[in-house]
Design a protein around this ligand. Structure first.
Ligand SMILES: [Zn+2]
Length: 243
């Protein structure tokens, strides 16, 4: 586990070198954006404590999409602390039923990259082979402003999953897996779409890059925050193409 790192006013990156989740703080209340892998549960209390907060300060979990390394410990937090879990409407079925989505490509061709083993073993060790179903789920859609701390505006960015949404907290964009700065299978750094093996539709994921709103900081699901502006991130991702 990494210590939470403040990436912008009230926004903290948590998790590991491979998978990020975020704490967003406003007026002493907290929204958690994505919940890492299920095995990240022990990170929750120490991460909150590191920013001077506790579980009782958490009002909501907002998931960017329905993959296991983002749904993570959300059900446990809901059932143990009564926190409302929000998921994009297009991924609600995946999250409610604990389903693993169909992807466009196979992970097999990526096994020539030593980095792929790091991620795959990490996910298996942390319970990421399954999606822990969230029994009671609230849904949101693109264009909606969520009534949770930080009041993010959701933008629907399909491709990585059908329902995938990015969340804009003012000048900070939490982009989930619409874009990453560390390819979790090849280890390549810099803004790019996720690998085909993890996308529902990689052409659609590339097209969704156009939809990313302007922000001075972009926090991603995998990799370091991007601070050179959305336009530069889009250019880089288009240049790289499918990964
Ligand atoms: Zn992910």
């Amino acid at each position: 586990m990494n210590e939470p790192v403040r990436i912008a006013e009230g926004v903290h990156r948590c998790g590991t070198d491979l998978v990020n989740w975020y704490l967003v703080e406003e007026g002493g209340r907290v929204t958690i954006v994505d919940c890492g892998a299920p095995g990240y549960w022990p990170q929750l209390d120490p991460s909150l404590a590191a920013i001077g907060r506790a579980r009782s300060d958490v009002d909501a979990v907002v998931l960017t999409h329905g993959d296991s390394d983002h749904v993570g410990f959300s059900e446990r937090l809901r059932s143990e602390a009564g926190v409302t879990v929000w998921a994009p409407v297009g991924d609600a079925k995946l999250v409610r039923e604990g389903k693993v989505k169909k992807t466009e490509g196979s992970p097999l061709p990526y096994l020539r990259y030593p980095f792929a083993y790091r991620l795959l073993f990490h996910l298996v060790r942390n319970g990421g082979a399954k999606v822990p179903a969230v029994a009671n789920l609230s849904t949101y859609d693109g264009g909606q402003t969520l009534e949770v701390p930080g009041n993010p505006v959701a933008v629907h960015t399909p491709g990585h999953t059908r329902g995938h949404c990015v969340l804009q907290f003012g000048d900070v964009l939490l982009a989930g897996d619409a874009i990453c700065t560390l390819n979790p299978l090849t280890g390549r750094r810099g803004p790019q779409v996720m690998p085909k093996a993890f996308d529902t539709d990689s052409a659609e994921a590339l097209a969704s890059i156009d939809l990313l709103p302007e922000a001075s900081v972009i926090g991603v699901g995998h990799g370091d925050p991007w601070t050179e502006g959305t336009a530069a991130a889009k250019d880089r991702a288009r240049e790289v193409g499918p990964t």
